[in-house]
Structure formats: C-alpha cells, structure tokens
Design a protein around this ligand. Sequence first.
Ligand code: SF4
Length: 444
Amino acid sequence: MLAWFSINARDLPWRRTRDPYAIWVSEIMLQQTQVKTVIPYWNRWMRELTTIEAVAKARSDKIHKLWEGLGYYTRARNLQKAARQIMEKHSVKSKPRRRRGNESQIKRKSETPHVVSYKFPDNFDDILALPGIGRYTAGAICSIAFNQPTPILDGNVIRVLTRLFGIRKNPREEKTNAQLWRLAQELVEHAAASPFICRRRRKESHSISISSQRLLTSSPTCAHFNQSLMELGALVCTPRNPQCEICPVKMLCVAFREGRVGELPNLGKREAATARRFIAFVVERNGRFLVRQRPAGAVNAHLWEFPNVEINPSLCSSPAKRDQSAHYSRKKSQSRLTSAATVQEHDREIIRAAQILGLEPCDVKPFCTVKHSITRYRITLEAFCVHLGRTSYTSPYPKGAKSGTRITRPSENNEVWLPLAKLNLLALPSAHRKILQKLDAKTT
Ligand code: SF4
C-alpha cells in the first residue's frame, strides 16, 4: 500500500505540508465534500486566514463568506470555536525576553509580560475535545500531521476494508462498525511497526521514481498508510466499477476472490429521497432588494437569503409545466381537470406564501427555478420577482408590534434592503446564490 501510494497519490495542496492547522482545515472541508470542490476553498481559506489566531479573531461574516457554497456551515462555525479554544487552552507562555538597558529597566524586569503563544494539540484526546472534531478527524490529524498510529474510518476506508476482509454485515451496525475500527487500528499499528517493508519495496522497485523513493525512505508511515487506504477507496476501490485488476491488494482481497465485490459494503436499504419545495421572492424597491439573515440554530444559520416559504411539494412548479398543465386542462378528461386544479392550487400557494411574508402579490412574475439536493432532500426553489411601491411591505415579524402592522424599511429582525453590489458581498446558501447570479446577469 505504501509503495502504491508513493506512486499514485494525488498531488493535493494539503499533502505538501505537515502543518496540523492546514491538515485540520482540509479534513473539515472534505467532510461530505469532494476533493475537487474543496481545493479552491482550501487555498482561499489558507491565504486569507494564515494562522489559527487569524481564524479565532475573524469576523463571523468573513468565516461564512469563505465557506459560502461548501454547505454544512456548522463546520465553519465549529472551526472558529475550536480555534478560540486552542488559543485559550493550549497557550504556551515563553520566558520574558531579557531587556538590555539601564538599571531602572532591569528593575522592572519582573513586570515584563510573558509572550503568550499557542500550539495545536498533538494528543488524540485533546484534539477530539475540540468542537466539530470526531473520532475520524482526530485520527486523521494525529496520523497525517504527527505520524501517530491512530486509525481512520471514513466511507472510502469502510468500502476498502469490508471488501478486503469480506465483511458481509452492515458497517453502520454498532458491532460491525467496532470491528472495522479495530481492523483499521491493527493495520496502522502494523504499518508503524514495519519499516522494513518500505526498504524491501525500495530495493525491488526499480521503476519507482527518485521522488517516490525519497517518499518511501523518509516516509511518515502512519500518515501515508492511512492516506493510502483513503486514496485506494477514492481512485481504485470505487463504489461502482472498482478497478480490481490494478489494485495493489487484489491477491489478499476476499471479495475479489469470491466474486462478491458488487455486494459489498452491505449498506442496507437507502432512505428514499424526500422532495421539498420552496417559494422565494426577489423583492425590489427603488433599486434595492430585500434579504434576511437566517437565525442562529436554523439550517444555514447566519447566511443571507431572499424571503421564502416552504410549500406543498406535490404541486407543479415550473412556468413551462404550469402552462402545459393549463393547456391540457382545457380538454375535458378527469386527469386534465386534476391538472387544472393543481395549477390553481399552486397559484394559491404563491399568493399564500407572499401573504405569509407580508407581501402584496399585485405584481408577481416567475423569475427562475433552482433544483439541488442536500443530504436526503431534493429541493426545488421557485423564485418570483415582486416590485413594490414605497409602503407595500409589511414585516411578518414586527418587533413589539401587533400582527399586520406596517413598518418602515429597512426593517428589524435581520432584514435589509441592499443594492446588488452589496448583496454580492454577503454569504448566501448555494440556491440563493444562483438566484442572485441570475439577477446579476439580468441587470448587467
Ligand atoms: Fe477493492 Fe477490488 Fe482491490 Fe478488493 S481487489 S480492495 S474490491 S479494488
């Protein structure tokens, strides 16, 4: 595996460093996210926030803007919480620097403050105690940054191990999961205790490049072994069409030998995707657009969005589909009548959504439809343009006011009216960013 990794490892920016901060950021970004998506985000983050201290002191809007589009924004907030915790709990006091100077200065030596610095913890338990870090991430940081024999078990490693050892049971079950962790532990410990494997391989492998040989000899074995497992799962032992013919461990692989590669891992039945539908309004008044910030604790907390409401997902959506349904509804079959009823119900939903948001739906025009998936949700977001006069917006959440009270803009409760240029500076969830991009394209 080490020899294979030395030749086949992808050249990823976080693999060019042993800095635990850089590796930690990459591991958090890589959770639920593909490598090619993460690369530009990681580069930008490391350029903007070069140290843990910079993360700890960064403004929340900067953190969210740097994470915009990666999703699962709790990860970014936890990174900042953890950075602050490191500054607080893992500070290192260095001795005060001796001053040169006259006697009065020397007398005040005891008053000279200690220089306070901080250090990324290098102990598994301390790393695990940081917000947003679980067993996998703590193991990855310990092994990759500090070359410690700590196991890792992510989706790629689960796939490799279940196939390699022919494990038939569902890896999500507690017992099987514990078995996989044990295997991962034994393997990395074995790698740590077997440096001779590298030397022998080097002698045998005439075809290995000089840089690869250097990587083998100076190899931080635990770091490379754990990464080789993940890399094998990402490049060779893939969920569909694994390339067993070129796999470095095919001679040992139970699933390959028994012809059961396609059956493993046995992840049981997938939960069916749930459809969700939202209506959003791009409300414009005097060249400014209404946006609101999502509250703490909600999904996509602290991000900005166009006002929107969730509606019945079974109603038909796109203007084209609605026109089609309306066209068919003019004919007289029962099903066509049903289509007409659905169209009417959909239009009523738009009016209701506008009313919930305190908008007078006098001039509502379809704008665009954005589709995307988050975890098990298939989300459709229909956006409509609303042009308002001066006093036609009623806040749904007027602070201390009775329901229906009209208030003057800009309103309270994290709602603001902004010109397009300023909207672009905010962090928005991907779907709302797409609406904004369309709006940008339309107005330029
Ligand atoms: Fe995966 Fe095939 Fe290699 Fe087995 S032989 S570990 S199934 S790629």
